[in-house]
Design a protein around this ligand. Structure first.
Ligand SMILES: Nc1nc2c(ncn2[C@@H]2O[C@H](COP(=O)(O)OP(=O)(O)O)[C@@H](O)[C@H]2O)c(=O)[nH]1
Ligand SMILES: [Mg+2]
Length: 371
């Protein structure tokens, strides 16, 4: 029996594409039986034993001494598994786990942080987040830091710096929640539509137009943000609107940041009043085009003229993540499990215990889950 192996190169789940690697002396003869090409074109079909088509595929011969072929398939895991089954029927064996690029869940891998970064890549919501993850997967990233610390020990100051940066790294992948609040007609829904780029929410001069909580996504300089709009805060409202206000206040209580809009003539909330969480509220003056000469303290915006919107985007990030947000060229944790790990390492150092054992344990624990 020829020593031919087959394995999926792509991660688990549904995707645009899956890729399968066939490797070893004799692979070419298996390809001859399973793949119907069209002349010199790499495009063809994979067929089963009865000649029925399993999938359209692109066949790439991987140059080198060994016979190696990569088949790119449509992204259904059912198709991928049928193709692997077909190649095994023709004599290939499942590749040993060490040859896999993508370790299965719970499986030991040589650099877990690198695998975690690559696994997170398809879910990244911006090109900056993709570049960030690729950097963290490299030697200069968090994966390199972990490897280096395993070999040379953990440095307290590096730990503190990484922990300080962890909220920013986690925020690159996991959207922060920003709630737009204010009295009815402050311009919340209009701003929501402008920031998310869709005419999603109905806007009107009639107070109480928005009642349900409405969520939308936006991306600020690479950081994903979940934006929430809802009922205007007022007490003189009907039963349904009151429920809307109650939901809005609950959303404000758990938000990473509340952006409180004050239109011309309205009063600013005193810190902590009107459901505004202290330390997590940014008060801005809205509808500035209607009162251009009026004096304000702080940031003024108009959703109609776009005045102040670039500054608002910047301020939102600054309020949530602080000023130190440039991650280029720096090692940075990117999962909550990494933050837990760093905190555990710090406690070990405090207690004069050896932190390297904790790092070793992390390497063999399940992906993304520390404990
Ligand atoms: N001129 C001007 N009108 C605005 C602005 N933002 C909102 N509006 C208008 O103000 C009214 C109330 O806006 P809306 O977004 O529904 O307020 P909400 O109740 O806070 O959601 C609507 O007629 C909007 O067209 C703005 O920046 N400039
Ligand atoms: Mg509204």
């Amino acid at each position: 029996m020829p020593d031919i192996t087959v394995e999926a190169l792509t991660g688990p789940g549904r995707a645009a594409l899956h890729a399968v690697l066939l490797c070893g002396k004799g692979s070419a003869s298996i390809i001859d039986q399973a793949f119907c090409g069209r002349g010199l074109s790499p495009h063809g079909t994979i067929i089963d034993a009865d000649g029925d088509v399993i999938d359209d595929a692109i066949l790439i011969e991987w140059p080198g001494e060994a016979e190696r072929f990569v088949l790119t398939l449509h992204g259904s895991p059912f198709i991928r598994d049928r193709v692997i089954e077909r190649l095994m029927q023709l004599g290939a064996a499942a590749a040993p786990s060490t040859a896999r690029l993508w370790p299965a869940r719970g499986q030991k891998c040589c650099n877990k942080v690198r695998e975690e970064a690559l696994l997170a890549l398809p879910t990244a919501l911006s090109h900056q987040a993709c570049a960030f993850l690729l950097e963290q997967a490299s030697e200069g990233g968090f994966s390199g830091w972990l490897q280096h610390s395993l070999e040379h020990g953990v440095v307290r100051q590096e730990l503190d710096e990484l922990l300080q940066l962890s909220a920013v790294g986690i925020g690159m992948l996991d959207a922060a929640r920003v709630v737009l609040a204010g009295e009815p007609n402050a311009g919340k829904s209009t701003l929501f539509n402008v920031l998310t780029g869709h005419q999603r929410v109905i806007t009107s001069q009639q107070p109480g137009t928005t009642r349900d909580l409405i969520e939308g996504e936006m991306c600020l300089l690479g950081f994903p943000i979940q934006l929430v709009d809802g009922a205007g805060l007022r007490s003189a409202a009907g039963e349904v609107e009151q429920e809307g206000v109650r939901r809005m206040e609950a959303a404000m209580g758990t938000a990473d940041l509340v952006v409180y809009l004050v239109p011309p003539g309205a009063v600013e909330p005193v810190a902590g009043m009107k459901g505004t969480p202290p330390g997590r509220t940014l008060v801005i003056h809205s509808r500035r085009d209607e009162d251009p000469g009026g004096e304000i303290v702080g940031l003024g915006i108009s959703s109609v003229t776009a005045e102040g919107l670039p500054q608002l985007r910047e301020r939102i990030l600054q309020e949530i993540y602080g000023d130190d947000r440039n991650l280029t060229g720096r090692a940075c944790p990117f999962l909550p499990a990494h933050r837990d790990l760093l905190m555990e390492l710090r406690s070990a150092l405090d207690a004069d215990e050896d932190p390297v054992d904790i790092l070793r344990h992390y390497r063999v624990s399940e992906m993304g889950a520390h404990r």
